[in-house]
Ligand binder design. Structure first.
Ligand code: GDP
Length: 409
């Protein structure tokens, strides 16, 4: 029904059916669909809970598998010596493999890529969606006119298929913010109503959990706010690939050749430490000229990030990088002079790439050494646009005594 008031009046009679609250909607004008969407989302907590439970189970299974692998290794002296020899023998092959994987990174077949666009109100998310759909991509639904009205939008560009998830929420929230003239919500987000903020975070989480890659949009003029940092924290925690989109770049005055690089440095180092691995793209979703050159780049960068998120590297390559890293810098000596030793590392999972380090005692590896190892993996192998996870697994206590061999440091 096009008229909200008339819709409410007519819908009242449906209460008599006693099947729950009626929602008057108009498929043509979109009126009432926001309320319907809210009610649907409210009805979904069981699914989300189920999702959490499944995610938890997967994590436990992964950890269980890692522990089982440690047990199976039965790390006695001779097993460790054999591992060390194998690592040495494989060094040459691994070096070639590393060259190949860094220089001629094989194109990963991605299939369909699910993207979500996150960011505070008014940073330009709707404009970006419109630019992506209107200019750079083709709506693929054959059902006339329906693609733009659903929450998800299918687009194909350069032969790659993408689904922009939850775009209805983006448009609706932007309209609500504007209609209310809510300066705090639509502006910098400072002093935002806590209830609205909880809703915004919940919506962000829902979108995050449905996608492969997040486009986190920030406003070039406003820079990064506390709210952006919270969103970054969620992206990092959920382990999604990410592209940092700095929109409204046209508004930044007095740009020169170094402005982008400086902005990127600031945004990563000072503000979004959690997403230092994300690729940054500068866009002007509104300006016709800039749309063509930059907005299409967002999708290409997102596809690359998703490829990295799904990437698997060989155990030989990984162990070569780890061995070199320990040769440059060995783990510091702990209490009583004990030193951490890495026996073996393996990639246990993708999405995001997760590496298990089998070590003598994980407690002997301080946080800064773990960060160093992550940095080395990134430096040597890459993974731009994707988070990576390092899990450190101690050898079972029963076999720790008297251990001396292992990967040479
Ligand atoms: P959303 O709330 O994040 O979806 O933001 P909108 O897409 O609705 O944009 C908010 C405001 O910013 C609108 O007035 C847009 O016209 C404007 N806007 C969006 N992108 C750009 C841009 O790249 N440059 C400029 N100058 N304005 C923009």
């Amino acid at each position: 029904c096009e008229s909200l008031h008339k819709g409410d009046v007519l819908a009242a009679s449906f209460w008599e059916l006693a099947v729950g609250e009626p929602f008057p909607v108009s498929a043509i004008s979109g009126s009432g669909t926001g309320e319907l969407l809210d009610a649907l989302l409210d009805a979904l907590p069981a699914n989300e809970l189920e999702h959490d439970v499944q995610a938890e189970r997967r994590l436990l299974a992964r950890e269980g598998a890692a522990d089982a692998e440690v047990d199976a290794l039965d790390l006695d002296e001779s097993a460790l010596a054999a591992l060390a020899t194998r690592a040495q023998e494989n060094a040459h092959d691994a070096e070639e493999a590393l060259d190949m994987c860094v220089q001629q990174r094989p194109r990963v077949e991605l299939g369909s890529v699910r993207l979500s666009i996150l960011g505070r109100p008014n940073v330009g998310k709707s404009s970006l969606v419109n630019a992506l759909v209107g200019r750079e991509a083709r709506a693929v639904s054959d059902v006339g006119g329906t693609t733009m009205d659903t929450g998800d939008i299918d687009i194909t560009t350069d032969g790659q298929h993408f689904t922009l998830v939850d775009t209805a929420g983006i448009r609706r929230r932007a309209r609500v913010a504007k209609a209310k003239g809510d300066a705090a919500l639509a502006g910098g987000g400072q002093g935002m109503d806590p209830k609205l903020e909880v809703k915004a975070i919940e919506a962000a989480l829902r979108a995050l959990r449905r996608c492969d890659c997040v486009m986190l949009v920030v406003d070039a003029m406003e820079g990064v706010t506390e709210q952006d940092r919270r969103l970054a924290e969620l992206v990092s925690r959920e382990g999604r690939a990410c592209v940092l989109v700095v929109n409204k770049w046209d508004l930044v005055p007095l740009k020169d050749a170094g402005t982008m690089a400086q902005y990127e440095k600031n945004i990563k180092e000072i503000f979004l430490r959690q997403l230092s691995w994300a690729t940054v793209v500068f866009t002007s979703a509104q300006s016709q000229r800039a749309r063509h050159s930059r907005v299409s780049k967002v999708l290409a960068v997102a596809a690359e990030a998703v490829g990295e998120h799904r990437r698997r590297i060989s155990t030989a390559t990984l162990n070569m990088v780890v061995r070199d890293a320990t040769a440059w810098k060995s783990p510091p000596a702990g209490k009583a002079g004990r030193k951490g030793r890495i026996y073996y590392a393996t990639q246990a999972a993708t999405r995001p790439p997760t590496f298990v380090f089998f070590v003598n005692d994980a407690e002997l590896f301080p946080e800064n050494y773990k960060r160093y190892m992550e940095k080395q993996l990134r430096q040597e192998i890459g993974f731009p646009g994707s988070p990576i996870r390092l899990l450190w697994r101690s050898k079972p206590k029963s076999t720790r005594q008297g251990q001396s061999a292992g990967m040479r440091e």
